[in-house]
Design a protein. Sequence first.
Length: 405
Amino acid sequence: MSTYVWKGRTVGGEELVGELEAATMDEAMSQLRHRRIVTTYIRPQRGGLLGKLAQRTGSIKGRDLAVFTRQFATMINSGLPLVQCLEILSKQTESQALRSATSDVTADVEAGAGLADALGRKSKAFDSLFVNMVAAGEAGGILDEILVRLATHIEKADALRRKVKGAMTYPTVVGVVAIGATVFMLMFIIPVFAKVFSDFGGQLPLPTRIVVGLSDLLKQSWWLIGAGLGALGYGVKLFYRTERGRRRIDGLLLRAPLIGDILRKAAIARFTRTLGTMVSSGVPILDGLDVTARTSGNKVIEDAVMATKASIREGETISEPLRKSKVFPPMVVQMISVGEETGALDTMLEKIANFYDDEVNTAVDTLTSVIEPVMIVAMGLLVGGMTIAMYLPMFELVNVVAGGH
């Protein structure tokens, strides 16, 4: 199967763009004709870096998907036919990628496919959590209720994701500014001082010699340093794509000072909220754990959840493998154990998720308050240290001149 990018217009004259999967171009055009779309342009999706960048640009934001899901639930609850709901959604959603995916889902449903099956064919837009919950809603005849739960889940997950990203933004920006200022001084400011010092003669102070040496190294070998850092970054990226690499790097991130605590709490909140939402919606526990593991975002958490799935398949409890993994705090394990024993696992998971959402907010606020003065002091020491190092020879020169008089 290949992905084809197309442009066309409906019989009413509305212009549309999108992408679809088909074995051949003829089959792709046949699908578009079946949807009563007059094709004006169609080609295979670009591969390589440009194609990946285009794909990322067309990604669907969490808030767009949440609005889409809540509107879908409202229309289903109002008694509108499924195909009509999808047609309305495909026209009014602001996201081009989501509009295209919904248009394809509409065509599949019109052709006789079930809603969950049609959504599953657009995995880039609707993940396995979305598909499994819709399937449970269709089977139980409560699709509108499931969509409301799903919309709430997406909203809270998106808020958590933005909170964690916000925690990373400040230190990243300050770090980039500090590195940029350092490189600028070493490349353009220090050489001016070095030329002046070379005319003085004599032995320069050690701090000055170190700074001038770093400046010379950067000026002469900047391309080699840049290539080395690029190769290192690419090597880490390739290593992370392997099972062992993901496990090692994700484990290090969870143990990192300050940031690791936030990532762990965010992962626990994501795990408990996703599993709780699926269990309360009637999704089988094994399917729920499978989806939760794949959407955990951390290999260490994923391994712990998959071990739990294997344990349940053998007739054991959820809590015991989580306790053995040593990834989840004792409080979380105990609350899940109580939820299993009382038959209120979904309620208990929701309580844990709400608690850790608050914990993430508190941890992010604490990190921001701690890291801001630390970064400012670090920048001051870095830039101030280089400035003092360059002025030391001048102080010594003044002392020599004063002594001579």
